[in-house]
Write a protein that binds this ligand. Structure first.
Ligand SMILES: [Zn+2]
Length: 313
């Protein structure tokens, strides 16, 4: 009887595992990524490899800057083979658990180590929160992935770590990464061509501004309401009127709002000036619907190409 029960359990286990969310039941390796860009890049490199299960920590549609891990998330990170995170202000909770992660089991990848960083001090937005006096430390803007050039750098390095994790599929990872990188290179080329032939080289953002890496890469100037990770969503009358004046003075055709935003500021500017409101997506996260459709960082950037074309002409 006991033997029979054991057999029954062995038979039942794969079904139980399959029943728990979308985890692949037979994958040998697990990669956990903190936000959407980290998830997307790892998913692209490991495409069509059943041995690897890539999971995003952030729930689709969730706000990256408010993320709090559950105890189960922390257990999953400790059991993963690779854990990828950005490494900025929003990931400070990760620094607290790093000591508990066994480095011989889990490779920890901080993507801010892979690119040149921009000091937050460089960011010039209309509503800058007061710095506390004790915050003398240098803080870097964490939205590195908004530049496709940085995305290429991150994937090139991430690919090497994934090859190291699973040498058997090394060639396939190399191939996947090269395909994704060449798509990103053509996106980069398109952005450059648009900017070089554009009527204007400035954008107005009636929202948070997580695009410093993007703007710097393509030589765009900007007027924006808040910092990229600000929790403010309502602007002062002074900020609104500065944005309205900028749109009127420079004849700006498009006012930008970001994804998952209420668009209130951009809509007010639209009412005052007639400038069209368009969404420029900073890819912090995607909605559940987009997630289910398999939307990629490349898909998001292709839409952004159309927006920037209209905004600069
Ligand atoms: Zn942000």
């Amino acid at each position: 009887m006991r033997k029979f029960l054991t057999v029954l359990l062995i038979l039942a286990v794969p079904f139980l595992v399959v029943g728990c969310g979308n985890k692949k039941s037979n994958s040998k390796y697990t990669i956990i990524a903190s936000n959407f860009p980290c998830y997307d890049f790892a998913r692209a490199v490991t495409k069509d490899i059943d041995d690897v299960d890539v999971q995003m920590l952030l729930t689709p549609g969730g706000e990256m800057h408010d993320f709090e891990p559950t105890p189960q998330d922390i257990i999953n990170i400790k059991n993963s083979d690779i854990f990828i995170y950005v490494g900025g202000e929003s990931d400070s909770w990760i620094e607290d658990i790093l000591n508990d992660i066994d480095p011989s089991k889990t490779k920890i990848i901080k993507i801010m180590d892979y690119v040149d960083l921009i000091d937050e001090e460089e960011l010039d937005v209309l509503e800058d929160e007061e710095e506390h006096e004790d915050e003398e430390e240098e803080e870097y803007d964490e939205h590195i992935w908004t530049s496709p050039v940085n995305a290429i750098k991150i994937i090139s390095r991430l690919k090497e770590e994934i090859k190291e994790m699973d040498k058997d599929n090394s060639d396939k990872y190399e191939e996947n990464a090269n395909i994704y990188i060449s798509e990103l290179e053509s996106i980069d080329k398109e952005f450059r061509e648009i900017v070089s032939s554009a009527k204007r080289k400035e954008i107005v953002v009636g929202d948070r501004f997580p695009f410093i890496y993007f703007a710097k890469e393509y030589g765009l100037s900007y007027t924006a309401a808040f910092k990229g990770c600000s929790d403010q969503s309502e602007a002062s009358a002074k900020t609104i009127s500065a944005l309205v004046d900028k749109v009127k003075k420079d004849n700006i055709p498009v006012v930008i709002k970001i994804e998952l935003s209420n668009g209130n500021i951009a809509n007010t500017i639209n009412e005052e000036t007639g400038a069209k409101v368009l969404e420029f997506n900073s890819a912090h996260n995607i909605s559940q619907k987009e997630f289910d459709k398999g939307t990629t960082y490349v898909d998001i950037m292709k839409k952004n190409i159309e927006v920037i074309k209209e905004a600069l002409n």
